[in-house]
Each structure stands twice: as C-alpha cells, then as structure tokens.
Ligand binder design. Structure first.
Ligand code: DAH
Length: 339
C-alpha cells in the first residue's frame, strides 16, 4: 500500500511538471484529489486495513494530498502569470507605428470669407456681435425706421412666423440690439445668416449670409466710413482694389450709399464676373439715421455713427470664381474639397 501511494505521488508530480494548459491541470486535480480520485478511493478503503496500519496509511494519504494540492496550486499560479504575460506581449501597442490617415475636411468658402473679414475688423478694434435669426419685426424693421408699408416688409420678401416674428432679412437688427444694450463708443461687426423669400437660382438663395458693421461715437463722419471701407476692401480683396460710392436710400441711414469695388478678377478692364462693367456692387452703407439713434436712447446731438452691410456669398463667389450660388449650399464634397 505504501508503495502504491508513493507511486501515485511520483507519477502525479511528473504530470504536474509536464502540463501546459490550465484545463489539463484541472483534469489532473479531479483525477487525484476529486471524490472519485485515486487518493480518495484509498481513504475509502481504509476500513479493510488492520487497526495498526489504518492511521499510518491515512496520514500518509493526507500528506500526499496536501503536497499535491500545493503543487497544483503553484503550477496554476505560474501558468496564469505566464498567460497574462503572453497576453500583454500580444496586445502591446507600438506607439511609433505610423497612424491611420484621418481625412481632414476643409473650411467652407463662406466660413473662410467670414473668418477673413472678422480678422480684418478685429485688427481695427471691432468686436463681434451676435443676434437671433428668428427675430421680432421690432428689431428688423420698426426700430430701423422702416415703416409698416415699406416694401421690404412685404410677404413676398419676408418669411413670417407670426405677424410680428420673422426670419431676419438682414443683420441690421443686431445694430438695434447692440445700441439698446450698450453705450457708445460702439464698434461691432455681426456676421450671420439671413432669409428672404427668393426663388433659388444661380445668384439667389432663400438663405444667405451678411456681415453688418456699426460704429457709434462722438464726431464720426462720412470720411470715417469711407476710410474704413477702403481699408477693408484692400485687405479683403487685394491692395489694388478701388472703391466708389453711389448715392442710395436706406430707411436707417442718412445719407445712404451703395459701394462698388473695382472687379477683383479683371482689375476693372471688364470681364464675365463684372459683366463688363469693371465694377462689382458690394455693399450698402450710410450714416446712422438720427431717428435710429434716438430710438435706441442715444442722443443724435452728441453722437453720430456709420453702418454698412454686405453679402458674404457674393464675395466668396467672386473670390473663388464660383459661378453658381447653389454650389455653396449643396454640400457636394467634390466641390467643397477644392477650397
Ligand atoms: N441691410 C442692407 C441690406 O440688407 C445693407 C445695409 C445697408 C446695411 C446700409 C447697413 C446700412 O447697415 O447702413 O441690403
């Protein structure tokens, strides 16, 4: 019996040493230590031994059992550690590997123009103002001295939400919001989307973008307006750009003007972009109407101001040689990735 136990121990130990997987180890544990295991069956058979032999064999079996348990346990630990090490080795990330190519988008031409213009005016000490696109007629028309029977208020030109709430047709509404909330000196530009009930074609879209400018302070004159706009167009469209002013009418400025710039494609000689005129109509402007200042609680006898507004799409189209406005809104990647 003693030899048999010693043999079991020897064989078991050899097996433990040669085992390579956790599953094999588990099977081995059942084989030797389980309920139907070899050592257990010897213990079960103790009854048939003599009273003298019984305790000796019993304690020998228990000793071998303990020993095998310990060996299996430490083999298990070693195996688990090795498996972890292998996994870590396999999952190691080489941070020096070249990364996958991430396709970078490009800045939309409209955004590019807006960013350029912002940069120019920030450089001249202006701040950026903002206002809602769904706006009260009070800000878009009433406070801007635009009477109830003015054609701009017509249903044909303006998207109405309710009788006195519209999609703003111009960024000039932000002038009022700014002047109502801020004391002069005021120097702002406001870029943003505006809406008009136009049919879509190559030069019209019911949504487009404007940039508004407003300066209010003491002793602001028309020369400040002209000088500022001249500086702006040279910066934005090229140093040889010329600007000319034509008398015009806006309800919120007096006097009012429209400004044209020398064609930045042909330089003024005449081409397809300027329709052979040599000039491109660019913006509306003027000296802020005294009534508008008064509406906002600014004394027109103390302060004066100038304002201007222009369309972003027109500049983007001329600058990038785009001949159809619809391209700017169709989000076709083949078109957009050129800029
Ligand atoms: N709001 C005008 C438009 O949508 C542009 C404009 C003209 C803005 C004169 C002004 C201005 O601030 O003084 O056509």
């Amino acid at each position: 019996m003693k030899e048999k136990i010693a043999e079991i121990k020897k064989v078991a130990k050899q097996k433990i040493e040669s085992i390579t997987t956790l599953q094999e180890l588990q099977d081995l544990k059942v084989k030797y230590l389980g309920k139907k295991g070899e050592l257990t069956s010897i213990l079960k058979g103790l009854g048939s031994l003599s009273a003298e032999e019984r305790p000796k064999i019993g304690s020998m079996v228990n000793q071998v059992r303990d020993e095998l348990e310990k060996s299996i346990e430490s083999a298990e630990k070693a195996m688990k550690a090795k498996a972890l090490e292998q996994r870590l080795e396999k999952e190691k990330i080489d941070v020096t590997m070249p990364s996958k190519n991430i396709a970078l988008g490009s800045v939309h031409p409209i955004t590019q123009v807006i960013e350029d213009v912002k940069e120019i005016f920030l450089g001249m000490g202006y701040s950026i103002a903002d206002g809602p696109e769904i706006e009260r007629t009070y800000y878009v028309f009433d406070q801007l001295n635009t009477p109830i029977d003015h054609p701009a208020r017509d249903l044909q030109d303006t998207f109405y939400v309710t009788e006195d709430v519209i999609l703003r047709t111009q960024t000039s509404s932000v002038q009022i919001r700014t002047m109502e909330n801020q004391k002069p000196p005021i120097k702002i530009i406001c870029p943003g989307a505006v809406y008009r009930s136009d049919t879509v074609d190559a030069t019209h879209s019911p949504l487009f973008h404007q940039i508004e400018g407003l300066v209010v302070d003491k002793n602001i004159t028309m020369t400040d307006l002209k000088g500022t706009l001249e500086m702006f167009v040279k910066n934005c469209l090229g140093p040889n750009t010329k600007i000319r002013f034509r008398p015009h009418h806006f309800p919120y400025t007096e006097p009012s003007a429209e400004a044209d710039v020398s064609c930045f494609v042909c330089g003024g000689k005449g081409c397809r972009v300027c329709k052979n005129e040599g000039w491109i109509e660019l913006l509306g402007c003027g000296m802020v109407h005294p009534k508008v200042l008064e509406n906002c609680g600014i004394d027109p006898n103390v302060y004066s101001g100038f304002a201007f507004g222009f369309g972003v799409e027109r500049i983007a189209m001329a600058k990038f040689g785009i001949d159809d406005m619809r391209l700017l809104f169709e989000n076709d990647v083949r078109f957009l990735k050129q800029f």
